[in-house]
Design a protein around this ligand. Structure first.
Ligand code: GLA
Length: 404
């Protein structure tokens, strides 16, 4: 069935690149999974279960409390929105008790706030949560999402054979394109392949997806966050080089404002997601968030690095035990964002001095240096000079260097 579907599509479409014109910078929005999981018990958890009100409330807050103005746009539904069975025509349907108005009504509500709506499905026979998957139904599901006015589709990989991914994800991408409705396509293709020791074909992935998960699901902990950052630092298969306008590596949701991270650790995620040109999909209860976390999520200086139009993903360029140094070229040309990340638990900040040439800062006239979170000028430096940085334990120091 899958092969047949793919042959039909191949004869209709010959484009190799994903040409939906979307995600020219990393997508920004909200996704329920990390914070709200598959809580379907609305009787005992009426405010926290996966139901239409949750997404409406998040859309309200994103629109009214500065998130939208900061660039957050997508309100995304993850797993567990579906009914146990497809309808009589084989089409997907939401759980009738938890989404009684239906997805088109929810889409209309979210669009009415000037925002966009995303939804979740799975390449396999069932989603990770055990709901009906898209295998054997990809054309009808793509059309259903378009009919419902969906703007973004996250496509998971549970309950399927990873050897089918190269073909299957490509086919789903084409079915989405064939609907004529632009929908961001978020894939988990390389994540599942890497876990099974298969080298992902990042050229093919970039041709089919707007973003793609490379590694494990984020959990609400520093250990999980650091594990993902280190995986990106290793950059196995040089996957960082595939990021750019239209297609992004996805290190998973932003957990700023949840339970697990200290304030400094939250700054680490913001800074590193900016350096790594990562999608910014907040997974936090925006109804109950501390002001300092909200301010971090809306920090314009950090977000402007994240959203830099050149779209070059930053890399870890050196480690001066224990501090990792990461750089990202941003606009205007010749400018760099630089992060000093201190993963150590030591009780006092680590202070280190680096010759700026070692950071790749070689412009003869020197650079204006500005700390990013607070926008504080640190003066100027020239090649040959040292820059001295003090960085908190499990913390980060983020700055930009702009050529003079
Ligand atoms: C997988 C994905 C997660 C989430 C869950 C839902 O684990 O990687 O991001 O979508 O499935 O069940």
């Amino acid at each position: 069935m899958l092969l047949l579907a793919s042959l039909c599509v191949a004869s209709l479409v010959s484009v190799q690149a994903l040409d939906n014109g979307l995600a020219l910078t990393p997508p920004m929005g909200w996704l329920n999974w990390e914070r709200f999981r598959c809580n379907i018990d609305c009787e005992n958890f009426p405010n926290d279960c996966i139901r239409e009100e949750l997404f409406m409330q998040m859309a309200d807050i994103i629109a009214s409390e500065g998130y939208k103005d900061a660039g957050y746009e997508y309100v995304n539904i993850d797993d567990c929105w579906l009914a146990e069975e497809r309808d009589a025509n084989g089409r997907l349907q939401p759980d009738p008790d938890r989404f009684p108005s239906g997805i088109p009504a929810l889409a209309k509500y979210i669009h009415g706030k000037g925002l966009k709506i995303g939804i979740y499905q799975d390449f396999g026979v069932k989603t990770c949560g055990g709901y009906p998957g898209s295998e054997f139904y990809m054309p009808v599901d793509a059309q259903t999402f378009a009919d419902w006015q969906i703007d973004y589709v996250k496509f998971d990989g549970c309950n399927s054979d990873v050897r089918d991914f190269d073909e299957g994800y490509t086919v789903m991408s084409r079915f989405l394109n064939l609907t004529g409705r632009p929908m961001v396509f978020s894939c988990e293709w390389p994540d599942y392949q890497t876990r099974q020791g298969i080298e992902p074909n990042y050229t093919a992935i970039r041709s089919a997806c707007n973003l793609w998960r490379n590694h494990d699901d984020i959990q609400d902990s520093w250990q999980s966050l650091l594990g993902i950052i280190n995986f990106y630092g290793e950059d196995t298969y040089n996957f960082s080089s595939y990021a750019g306008p239209g297609g992004w590596n996805d290190p998973d949701m932003v957990i700023v404002g949840d339970f697990g991270l200290s304030y400094d650790q939250q700054r680490v995620q913001m800074a590193m997601w900016a350096i790594m040109a990562s999608p910014m999909l907040m997974s936090v209860d925006l109804r109950h968030i501390r002001p300092e976390s909200k301010a971090l999520l809306q920090n314009r200086n950090v977000l402007s690095i994240n959203q830099d139009p050149m779209g070059i993903q930053g890399k870890r360029i050196m480690e001066i035990n224990p501090v990792q140094i990461w750089t990202r070229p941003i606009s205007p040309k010749g400018t760099f964002a630089v992060a000093f990340l201190n993963p150590s638990e030591g009780g006092m900040p680590s202070t280190l001095s680096v010759v700026v040439d070692d950071l790749g800062l070689t412009n003869g006239s020197g650079y204006n240096v500005t700390e990013t979170f607070d926008g504080v000028s640190m003066g100027t430096v020239k090649p040959g000079q040292n820059i001295t940085i003090s960085v908190n334990p499990e913390g980060v120091y983020l700055f930009t260097a702009t050529p003079l």
